[in-house]
Design a protein around this ligand. Sequence first.
Ligand SMILES: Cc1cc2nc3c(=O)[nH]c(=O)nc-3n(C[C@H](O)[C@H](O)[C@H](O)COP(=O)(O)O)c2cc1C
Length: 180
Amino acid sequence: MTGQRVLVAYGSLNGATAGIAEEIAAILEKDGLAAEVRSAADVDDLSAYDAVVLGGGLYAGRWQHDARRFARRLKAPLRERPVWCFSSGPLDASATQKEIPPTRAVRRAVSRIEARGHTTFGGRLDPHPEGRLARSMAKRGMAHDWRDFDQIRAWAHTVATDLRRQSRAPGDAGPAVDKR
Ligand SMILES: Cc1cc2nc3c(=O)[nH]c(=O)nc-3n(C[C@H](O)[C@H](O)[C@H](O)COP(=O)(O)O)c2cc1C
């Protein structure tokens, strides 16, 4: 056990990104970290966490509102901790086939909070989603789950490995401390 506490925060309109966050947290726990999954909208204090994973569903090239706001509101404490980000978006197999770079808007958020990494996972369009545009997309036959859970688990293992390596590194100052 490393004893490190990791927040897995998500911005999700229709649950796909929340499901990815749950899976990531399950892997982090399996790998000996203490992970907690929360909606990004419900978190305003990071002092209980040593590291953060932040994910957002993509809507018109931007993270869902709660993830965007989280990155803005908590910019300072995020910069004091190791952070990894992910997007859940493409409604096809592209995210399984190749590494998809963050959109321009997401790249800006990722760099603002000095995250250590970002990856894009396939998305899911619910058959009965929130939002008029989403419903019309579902009616046109686009409702499908493109999330690749093997890929998600593999990525979560790399995050756990990085965190554990860091906590063991010689001369390491240990988990981040909230200096506010
Ligand atoms: C109106 C709408 C716009 C979307 N825009 C994008 C987009 O710009 N890029 C992308 O990769 N996926 C896009 N998607 C797919 C969603 O990102 C995908 O369904 C995601 O998994 C939804 O996450 P959520 O269920 O957590 O909200 C869009 C979906 C909808 C319904």
